[in-house]
Design a protein around this ligand. Structure first.
Ligand code: C2E
Ligand code: MG
Ligand code: MG
Length: 723
């Protein structure tokens, strides 16, 4: 124990002055040690004191610093005149202070203690007291001498630090983000519970113990860690660094890291520290969104936007390898009809079937995409010749035209195909798509179930078509339609028994436009509904007018578009046309094309029966061109078959055509139907048909389709001698 003797003050070390170096007077002034000590004590920022070791810590001496420290003047504190030092000490701290001081005195004779005092002005301030026990004559500790200083400022800073640490620890412990410190060579220095949780470990300790080679154990692709380290070395940070990592159980998750390199003062990297978030859910969501954005939801095929990429890729490859690539536009024929008449479920199943048939026709590096509706686009990469493309197109047409069986029903399907190729027709996806689309339209126009390669002339055809569609919209209100009539003649009597109403469009600037040029546009745009109603009414009105004018009564045949047939108002509008014009139902015949009839047999049968119930006749037009099933034909309430003109044309030169015509006549009669031949242009045609029992004919041989006025003359005066 080192005791400090208070009654025998320690010699104060002071500098020895060399009298030879200065004045004697100056030297003696410098040695006034008491004055020096007093100056120091009185000017010290803290308080020097001597107190008794008693419960009050009774002060026997305090330096002038007392006032600044406690707010009490020295004389108020000394001998507890106004307040004892124990009273100054904050009650909560008193016992601890006393314990520390007594322990210090007992063991080393001195002590350090920090506690709070309540100043005279009511403020609490932190002090540090350093004291030494001073023994009495018997050597027992009786006083303490020491120094008390205000450490409030330091305590505040300490508290702030402590708070910061507490906060950091809380963050570290409770963060939902994983937090780590790792060495550049891939070991963990620290990890928080969240990180352990993210990586599937029971605790941070377990994680640290298990993962000692981050690059190989953690990252699914070790290159990712290499990239992480490279970024750290070059930029010192990584931001939103996304990687796939293994969890402890071997499952793979996506994480995003933000980290920085922590360097020492010598600019050497000490460790990396950063945060980890599990972004697996977001990544999965993004993947789903990306898939949805690029694929058709029904068929799972690439959609329009992915298609563009695929065309781009095919172009790039073709350019590099100096070969070709093809864009093939496939559009189902009459899909709308199936979809609307049989319902979307059947339509969807058909699209799925078509998608799989198309896929079966191409190679792995080709693309089958769904562009929307019933339009599919194929990208044939690596094509070397047009023949090669043609082979694929042939396979496509063949695959699609296989009968499709659904719900016990068999459907005939077909498609129209347009092909464009790089580099000949265009150098970018848009151009190639446009060209393939134009070519597909051409295929449709040439009778469907066929293909067309793009040629520059098609562009012209397309723009004409657009122009036509535009003017068609106004044709009805501007009264630009006309009805021509073509007489139907009974072979036996060679007299007019009916007339087919054939629409004409008197289009300003174009003259008389034939129906083949605009009916399909009218069908696509839906204009066929009002146009169809108009011609139906007009044909009925005209026929009734002839009758009322006393001309020999004839039947009038009106062509119906499949679109009209689908339209729910059809039966009603036929009934209305008859009622409004007064025409006898038996004088009206409705013509349906054969391919259409076969498409949706059951439903059409029902509609036909409703029409039949009105008393009108029904004819199957263009017979021989579709593929009728005889059983259907038997069940349908049909009155007449119209042999397509393509068979009649070569009847006298082509034995096959002649045989078909004979077969149709026989078949029709067997079913109790009347048979009409269209396109009779020559006497030879007529004679052949007569010879084989055909009932009626229609054709240029007797009369072309003529305006109503001319038809009236024919009715009144009879046919001019033909030949
Ligand atoms: P379609 O119903 O088969 O009509 C017969 C077509 O053959 C008519 O052509 C007629 O002019 C033509 N034709 C008649 N006799 C001969 C001949 O001896 N030789 C040749 N080569 N052709 C002959 P058009 O008037 O151009 O009509 C074409 C098609 O347009 C029609 O074929 C019909 O499917 C459709 N169509 C005409 N009018 C209407 C209509 O009002 N509504 C609907 N939906 N379609 C119509
Ligand atoms: Mg017809
Ligand atoms: Mg016809």
């Amino acid at each position: 124990m080192r005791w400090m003797k208070r009654d025998k003050p320690q010699p104060v070390p002071c500098r020895q002055f060399d009298a030879s170096n200065c004045d004697t007077a100056e030297a003696s002034a410098a040695l006034d040690v008491t004055r020096l000590l007093t100056t120091i004590t009185d000017n010290l920022v803290g308080m020097i004191y001597r107190c008794r070791i008693d419960p009050d810590w009774t002060m026997e001496y305090v330096s002038d610093g007392c006032y600044k420290l406690t707010g009490y003047r020295p004389e108020e504190l000394v001998l507890n005149r106004r307040i004892s030092y124990d009273q100054l000490t904050l009650p909560e701290d008193r016992e601890r202070v006393s314990r520390v001081i007594h322990a210090g005195i007992r063991t080393s004779g001195n002590f350090d203690v920090e506690y709070r005092i309540l100043r005279a002005d009511g403020y609490v301030c932190w002090v540090l007291e350093r004291g030494v026990a001073v023994p009495d004559a018997e050597g027992r500790p009786a006083w303490i001498e020491g120094y008390i200083q205000d450490i409030s400022e330091r305590m505040a800073v300490d508290e702030m630090l402590r708070e910061a640490v507490r906060r950091y620890e809380s963050l570290f412990e409770h963060a939902t983000e994983g937090i780590f410190q790792t060495t550049p060579d891939g070991r963990y220095l620290s990890a928080n519970p969240a990180l352990a949780r993210i990586y599937g470990h029971a605790s941070p300790e377990a994680l640290i113990a298990h993962l000692h080679d981050i690059q190989r154990q953690l990252y699914v692709s070790p290159d990712r860690r290499a990239e992480f380290v490279r970024l750290m070395q070059t930029t010192g940070t990584v931001r939103n660094f996304e990687s796939q990592v293994y969890r402890k159980d071997g499952s793979i998750i996506w994480i995003s890291e933000n980290a920085r390199a922590v360097k020492d003062t010598g600019d050497n990297v000490q460790f990396y520290e950063g945060t980890v978030v599990d972004i697996t859910e977001r990544k999965e969501h993004e993947a789903v969104l990306e898939y949805q954005a690029n694929h058709d939801s029904l068929t799972g095929l690439p959609n329009r936007s992915l298609l563009r990429d695929r065309i781009d890729q095919a172009i790039t490859r073709a350019r590099r390898e100096n070969i070709m690539a093809a864009v093939v536009f496939v559009d189902l024929d009459h899909f709308k009809l199936i979809n609307d008449s049989l319902g979307h479920y059947v339509g969807d199943r058909l699209l799925l079937e078509v998608a799989s048939r198309l896929k079966s026709c191409v190679r792995g590096n080709d693309t089958v995409a769904r562009q929307g509706g019933d339009e599919f686009v194929l990208v044939l990469a690596e094509q070397h010749s047009e023949d090669e493309m043609l082979a694929v197109v042939g396979r496509l047409l063949d695959a699609i035209s296989q009968p499709w069986v659904d719900g016990g029903q068999e459907y005939g399907i077909s498609c129209s195909i347009g092909v464009s190729c790089y580099p000949r027709d265009g150098a970018d996806p848009d151009a190639l798509l446009r060209c393939a689309d134009a070519a597909m339209y051409q295929a449709k126009a040439s009778g469907r179930s066929t293909y067309h390669f793009y040629t520059p002339e098609l562009n012209l055809a397309i723009s004409e078509r657009l122009e036509l569609a535009n003017s068609l919209r106004h044709a009805l209100e501007r009264d630009e339609f006309l009805v021509y009539y073509q007489p139907r003649i009974d072979i036996a009597s060679e007299r007019i028994v009916g007339a087919e109403a054939l629409i004409r469009w008197d289009c300003p600037g174009k003259g008389i436009v034939p129906p083949d040029s605009f009916i399909s546009i009218a069908e696509e745009t839906g204009l066929i509904i009002p146009i169809g109603q108009w011609i139906l009414r007009e044909a009925c009105r005209q026929t009734q007018a002839w009758r009322e004018a006393g001309l020999p009564p004839i039947a009038v045949s009106v062509n119906l578009s499949p679109i009209q047939f689908r339209h729910t108002g059809l039966v009603q509008s036929v009934a209305d046309a008859l009622a409004d014009t007064g025409l006898t139902p038996g004088q009206l015949e409705l013509e349906l094309t054969e391919s259409f009839v076969m498409h949706d047999a059951e439903r059409i049968n029902v509609a036909m029966r409703s029409l039949k119930a009105l008393g009108v006749d029904i004819a199957v037009d263009d017979f021989g061109t579709g593929y009728s099933s005889l059983s259907y034909l038997k069940r349908f309430p049909v009155d007449r078959l119209k042999i397509d003109k393509s068979f009649v044309r070569d009847i006298d030169s082509d034995p096959d055509d002649a045989a078909i015509v004979r077969a149709i006549i026989t078949l029709g009669h067997a079913l109790g139907l009347r048979v009409v031949a269209e396109g009779v242009e020559t006497r030879a045609h007529l004679e052949y048909l007569r010879q084989h029992g055909c009932d009626e004919v229609q054709g240029y041989y007797f009369s072309r389709p003529v305006p109503a006025g001319r038809m009236e003359t024919l009715l009144r005066d009879g046919l001019p001698a033909a030949g």
